[in-house]
Design a protein around this ligand. Structure first.
Ligand SMILES: [Zn+2]
Length: 329
């Protein structure tokens, strides 16, 4: 195909995108397994009354929070002329981003959400996904690798990919690169192996989605509990992009339990923390707390609902009550 021809197609594609109004573009796709709760969650996507407090408290109880001084790679220690151009570029007020052709970067559940971390008084500009050292990390969309770098006190080994849909994705704490800068990648191509490098306690994948330097909540685009995207088109809005905290702890806890039941999940590794040790070597019997569900207990104790049911001779549908004792291992 001639270049001019390609450009014409690109231009008409861009025009088509611009013609789509944000509201028309946001036709929500609800896969069969989506729950009512998830539907409610999507309905609330545009509201900025964040319920991040509950989410944060809940996750802090579930997971050992780690400090990740994520250097803003777009302003600090940055040599690339490409990125500097963002500094002077005019970022549009809104933009409709095509996320139809995607791949989940890793199937792991969310161990730490995007958003303000009270304890460290700073923003967590991405999302952390459970991953073992050596797990394959995949490109989220088609694009070209812009960077493979090492940041000792932050991201560790990390990859930045610029995508054809204008997003950029960042993958941090890797153990090995499988791509080089300037290499073209397709959504789903292996780009690296997960690890525990940089400022990381326990192996995981730190994943960011950025639009012209603006770090969007990856959970506003990806539905990690259902391993899909929320919509075919994500509407970026400069005023509210940080407010899209459509993160569902309940759905994630259920997905985490399911993930642990079907994957070998490593807790302790070279840089394990006291918290992760206590999680893997916790008590064998727990007392049901108010508001507990089997999936919540399973998630809190690093086991599955099925395993708890087996140990206690109950069904997943069995009603549990506060004060009741349950064996978890
Ligand atoms: Zn992170």
């Amino acid at each position: 195909m001639k270049l001019s021809h390609k450009l014409t197609i690109l231009a008409s594609f861009a025009m088509a995108l611009m013609a789509v109004s944000p509201s028309a573009a946001q036709s929500y796709r609800l896969p069969g397994q989506h729950t009512q709760q998830h539907g409610d969650l999507i309905a609330g996507q545009h509201h900025s009354n964040m319920e991040v407090d509950n989410t944060t408290k809940y996750l802090e109880a579930l997971f050992a929070e780690e400090e990740e001084p994520e250097f803003d790679i777009y302003t600090e220690g940055w040599e690339s002329g490409f990125v500097n151009c963002y500094k002077n570029a005019t970022v549009p007020q809104t933009a409709v981003i095509d996320v139809t052709k995607f791949c989940m970067p890793h199937p792991g559940y969310v161990t730490s959400p995007y958003g303000y971390r009270k304890r460290f008084r700073r923003m967590h500009k991405g999302i952390d996904l459970k991953a073992n050292i050596g797990d394959t990390v995949r490109a989220a969309f088609d694009g070209k690798v812009r960077l493979t770098k090492y940041e000792r006190r932050g991201y560790g080994y990390y990859v930045v990919v610029r995508h054809t849909n204008d997003l950029e994705t960042v993958y941090g704490h890797l153990s090995k690169f499988l791509v080089e800068p300037d290499q073209y990648v397709r959504a789903g191509d292996p780009i690296a192996l997960a690890g525990n490098t940089g400022r990381s306690f326990g192996s995981h994948l730190h994943f960011e989605t950025r639009y012209m330097g603006y770090a969007i909540n990856p959970a506003a685009i990806f539905d990690f509990a259902n391993q899909t995207t929320h919509t075919d088109y994500y509407t970026f809005d400069k005023n509210t992009y940080q407010h899209a905290r459509n993160f569902s702890p309940e759905a994630n806890a259920a997905y985490a339990a399911q993930y642990r039941a079907t994957h070998k999940v490593e807790y302790g590794n070279t840089k394990s923390t006291a918290a992760s040790n206590s999680r893997s070597k916790g008590a064998s019997t727990v007392v049901v707390r108010k508001g507990d569900s089997l999936s919540r207990i399973a998630s809190r104790n690093g086991t599955s609902v099925a395993a708890i049911c087996r140990l206690n001779g109950i069904k997943s549908s069995t009603k549990i009550r506060p004060g009741q004792k349950l064996r978890v291992r």
